[in-house]
Ligand binder design. Sequence first.
Ligand SMILES: [Zn+2]
Length: 335
Amino acid sequence: MKKKRIFIFSVITLCVLLLCTFLLLSSGTPAKRPNQSPNQRNAGTGTDADGTGDRKDRTNGTRDSADGTGDKANKTGDRLDDTTADQDEPIVSTDRKPARDSNIHVRKSPIALDPKMDTHLAEFCRKAKQLQQDYPHSFLISLPAKGKKVALTFDDGPDGSSMPKILDILNHYQVPGTFFFIGQQMKGFPETIQRAQAEGHVLANHSWSHIRPTDVRSDTLMGEVQRTQDVLAHYGTKTKFFRPPFGLVTKKQMTELIQAGFQTVAWSIDSMDWYFDNPDDIVTCVVENIHPGAIVLMHSSGGPTNRRATIESLPIIIETLRAKGYRFVTLTDKT
Ligand SMILES: [Zn+2]
């Protein structure tokens, strides 16, 4: 009996010893992890503490500010698609939205263009789509596609001649528009601005002097944007929509625009009213490409014929889209 107890005691002691040895060994061995680059290991969630700029932006931003000159800054803008430069950095967007909607893109012109223009616009579409994917909440190409709604947007105003004619048409059809103003033009046409506002249209920011953002430093652009926003604020505008002249910004500029509270607005349909003289072509560009949530680019001012073709095409566009069941909204529409 005594021998049996000693045997059981010995077995238990041996088991305890084996267990202790196993625990000691396993705590001293690092867990095996998948291969990672140092950057990936340090990335954490991939989002900066301030929640405004992603890691990739900062990498680009450093290069951008070092570049300085307009020409080089433009090349920085082009680096948007240079994935090899950032291959060690995880691509993470700050304004998180998991699914990429392939329907959000700038539509191609339904009318054949000369090959050079075709290539130029295809490149623009590609870069705009990339910005939208990187900043899904802050770089808009279209509105959330809930039903047949469309936003008509008009750039390059205000003025005292063609924009009042555009307003006449919009008011006749009870269609609200969004007007992206060039800041330095606003001083000369307070009546047009006040009229647009009184009639329920949305006023927004198209820079101070119509600079091409990808040609200038970020601080220059932000100065232009803020200066225009100050004048808009004088008219009581609270919305902060910025449309870059020519449609694109650099990633560093995008980060600064987000920090300053702006939404950057491109378009999903280019009416090509800056290119075609024939109103029928402008109608075709809009109507053939129409889709729920479309943002349509048009112009309220400028051009060699002072927007004659835009003014002639606008009533046809409105009537045709209405007949197709579309409802007109502004960029502030939440429905
Ligand atoms: Zn413009």
